[in-house]
Write a protein that binds this ligand. Structure first.
Ligand SMILES: [Zn+2]
Length: 205
């Protein structure tokens, strides 16, 4: 039987390799001007440091973007997987307003399996960013141990956890996955409910 440390060591290497492959896949399709314009429209501001779209609606609209560890002006940016879909942001904000973060924090304090999976999600976030920083030549010095959303021990932002689940896939962040399951009747990447589906409005305004 491997010890828990040995098992964690193997998981670490596996996570690094998986995240490097994921980052390479994402960087194979750098953000286009059209995508940056679409995200600017979603956020109501220019998406500084946007590297690529990290998750899409079935229609093609960006749902979350991958942002570089160091913004062009040198500001470290920890929220590497950033939720941009207005429909998703709205639904997740409703959950935050309902007090779900308190429930999650209480559960993290009581359920050691959940707490362990959440710590692993934090490490995977750092592995993803590390792979991205290496590829882009960005320094991650100032955010090397900082992930997002309150990880590894607290829940402070459900949008950040949801962004991670969308960009890195299910099975990585247990709480991001649960948020996505809870909002599914109103927001589902597999069911387009976009106010402006991809291709319907680009180039207007
Ligand atoms: Zn859509």
């Amino acid at each position: 039987m491997p010890t828990q440390d040995e098992r964690a060591g193997t998981d670490r290497i596996g996570s690094e390799k998986t995240m490097t492959a994921l980052v390479d896949g994402i960087l194979a399709h750098p953000a286009t001007g059209e995508e940056i314009a679409a995200v600017q429209d979603q956020l109501g501001r220019y998406p500084r440091g946007m590297v690529a779209v990290g998750a899409r609606c079935v229609c093609g609209n960006p749902l979350a973007v991958v942002t570089r560890p160091l913004l062009p002006d040198g500001t470290p940016f920890p929220t590497t997987a950033y939720l941009t879909s207005p429909e998703a942001v709205k639904e997740v904000s409703h959950l935050e307003a309902s007090g779900l973060m308190n429930d999650f924090n209480q559960e993290l304090g009581e359920d050691e399996d959940l707490a362990r999976a959440y710590r692993q999600a934090h490490q995977t976030y750092l592995d993803f960013r590390h792979a991205l920083a290496l590829r882009l030549g960005d320094s991650e010095e100032h955010i090397r141990t900082t992930s997002a959303g309150g990880m590894p021990t607290r829940v402070k932002c459900l949008h950040a956890l949801t962004g991670q689940s969308l960009v890195m896939g299910s099975g990585i962040n247990p709480l991001g996955d649960r948020v996505l399951a809870m909002v599914r009747p109103s927001f589902d990447p597999a069911v387009c409910r976009c106010a402006r589906p991809w291709g319907s409005a680009q180039g207007q305004d």
